[in-house]
Design a protein. Structure first.
Length: 199
């Protein structure tokens, strides 16, 4: 559960409203998983609705950046991060396909939550700095430099770092799982080879 508060706003009404709604949707799905009374179909369509909303939100955010003529370096970073979100979630979806329902959706939702916390409290905050600087008369390139060097507000650090630690440890867990699979694969191919040799 992550409670969005106005301290996390970037002072762009559309973006702020959509960020708030994204986390509200996540929390509703989390409550449904905890209550345990939703079917796979219901959870699957709730997740699809959340991803659809995220897609619309990313498109809105990118349109605002173009409109405000935000520096292309930042726009490119945003586009890459937004795309990687869908890539990662689809990968996790297929990786967890055989897991028990509650565990699977908890994993998916945890990933979505931490990814969005990290992105909205870091990359989108840097966008906020630039939009405010541009509104105050800065050139986009100058606003970009400012967003790269200006320290983010202290209230953002704790949830941002916690989200990063979760993302990191989940990724490490998947790496260890892959290592085990590779080792098991290597073991069986060595057995195959020795069986071949003995015949
Ligand atoms: Fe973004």
């Amino acid at each position: 559960m992550f409670q969005w508060t106005s301290k996390y706003n970037i002072d762009q009404p559309t973006v702020d409203e959509e960020h708030r709604e994204l986390f509200a949707m996540i929390n509703r799905i989390g409550e449904d998983i905890a209550a345990g009374d939703d079917s796979v179909d219901e959870l699957e369509s709730a997740l699809d609705a959340l991803l659809d909303y995220a897609r619309t939100h990313f498109a809105d955010e990118e349109a605002i950046m173009q409109e405000q003529q935000v520096d292309p370096r930042h726009i490119k970073r945003q586009q890459m991060e937004h795309r990687s979100f869908f890539y990662e979630i689809e990968k996790l979806r297929s990786l967890t396909a055989d897991e028990p329902m509650a565990e699977r959706y908890e994993k998916l939702l945890t990933f979505v939550t931490n990814w969005l916390i990290f992105h909205t409290l870091r990359t989108d905050q840097q966008l906020g700095i630039q939009l405010r600087a541009i509104a105050a008369g800065s050139e986009p390139a100058q606003a970009f430099e400012q967003s790269e060097t200006q320290a983010l507000s202290a209230v953002l650090y704790r949830p941002m770092v916690e989200a990063l630690v979760h993302l990191w440890s989940d990724a490490m867990e998947r790496v260890h799982e892959l290592e085990k699979q590779l080792a098991a694969g290597a073991g069986s191919s060595t057995e195959d080879a020795s069986r071949l040799e003995s015949t």
